[in-house]
Design a protein around this ligand. Sequence first.
Ligand SMILES: C=C(O[C@@H]1C=C(C(=O)O)C=C[C@H]1O)C(=O)O
Ligand SMILES: [Mg+2]
Length: 461
Amino acid sequence: MIETKEEIIESTLNHAKNKTLSTNHIQLVSITEKIDTVNPLHFFEAAKQLQVNRTFWCSTAEDFLMVGVGNTYEIEATDNRFQETDEQWNRIKQEAIIHDPFQQPGTGLVVMGGMSFDPKKERTSLWENFSESAFIVPAYTLTKYKETYYFTINVQISSHDQVSMLAKEINESRHVLLKQSEKMPIKTKIADKYEIAPEKWKETVVEATNQIKTSNLEKIVLSREVQIKLNKKAEITAVLDDLLATQTNSFVFAFEHGEDCFVGATPERLIKIQNEKLLSTCLAGTAPRGQTPEEDEAFANQLYNDEKNRSEHDFVVKMIKQAIRPYSANIEVPNEPIIYPLKNLQHLYTPVTATVRQDVSIFDIIGKLHPTPALGGVPRQASLQFIREHELLDRGWYGAPVGWIDHNNNSEFAVAIRSGLIKGDTASLFAGCGVVKDSDPEAEYEETNIKLVPMLSVLGG
Ligand SMILES: C=C(O[C@@H]1C=C(C(=O)O)C=C[C@H]1O)C(=O)O
Ligand SMILES: [Mg+2]
């Protein structure tokens, strides 16, 4: 006999409740079903009615997508965040009752989250709603993988809970989320724009190049902030809609924490693991896109042959190779980068592939990779120290790993660039660039300007 989804929910919850009666512990339950095609943005928008925080992730190149609604469990870690997160994740994964007949990437129990760039940098109130590291098991997840949609319910049950009540609540929320409404929110316009100390920033670039010439420092990534005032409260669904439409080859993400939302479309994959295959990508070195195919190709050629950009890039390749070596076999890295075109700019790009053992922890590898010289510098500690002392902004989660992992250890993390923190009708946007010995402050400033374009345009600039 085929059980209906309501029956599966009730019977799984009953089983979980019986377990709590003997263990006396709260039990995490995860139940996945296959569903008909839904519009993920309608789903994301509908989640507003549940008055909980939302999480969004889409790899636009692969059409893989996950929307998280609410928060059933949160892993917060401070001191030793990679190890602590890994330990907690392993524990909840082992203890959870998981009903996932599909076993696809992103189905079943998952955590989605991110962390701050540098826990040693003094915090400001800008990022007050974001911890140094926060990974959540959403209450509900929508997963799209290979044109198929899955809906997952994650719930905690205690020995005092009434299964029928809980099941009723879940079914009501499920109905709200999957009811597809055509109403999409209206996008904002930029009312005002304020660049934080651009001249001071250029001076810092000069200071960085001077230090690079006179010390063992080789590369320092320096970023800056632009503050935006909007004509009304930002609608995250509209922002995501525009990012998805314009930013191919990117990871479009949003993490809501309290009233704030960190959102962006980053082209930079930090690491993907699927079926023990690891993929990391080195992305550094930048040029604009041309107005005509000829101009575009000229920019690409110039970028490809430019010593300064190639050196920015090579630092990243070298370091990523080194960082993954202890965890992997069959590391493959092409000798030369390729051009990675985006809507507003193009980058030098080198993919790194390898095989990892099933028992290798993604958080361990991320701990070794972050920050790569694409966002920190070379050598790591000295460049971080320079950034801590000289950068005017609080990077918060900008430039840090964001992503997800599922109960089968499939996972993907990106480096959160091309992004902004939205707070009601204001936003802080961030962009940085790799400073090396022959960096020119004006050129670096222009480079950060084009990196700001995608976020500025989706906010109505
Ligand atoms: C720091 C950023 O991007 C990084 C810096 C790049 C560069 O300087 O060429 C290119 C891609 C990223 O590694 C950013 O977009 O904010
Ligand atoms: Mg650069």
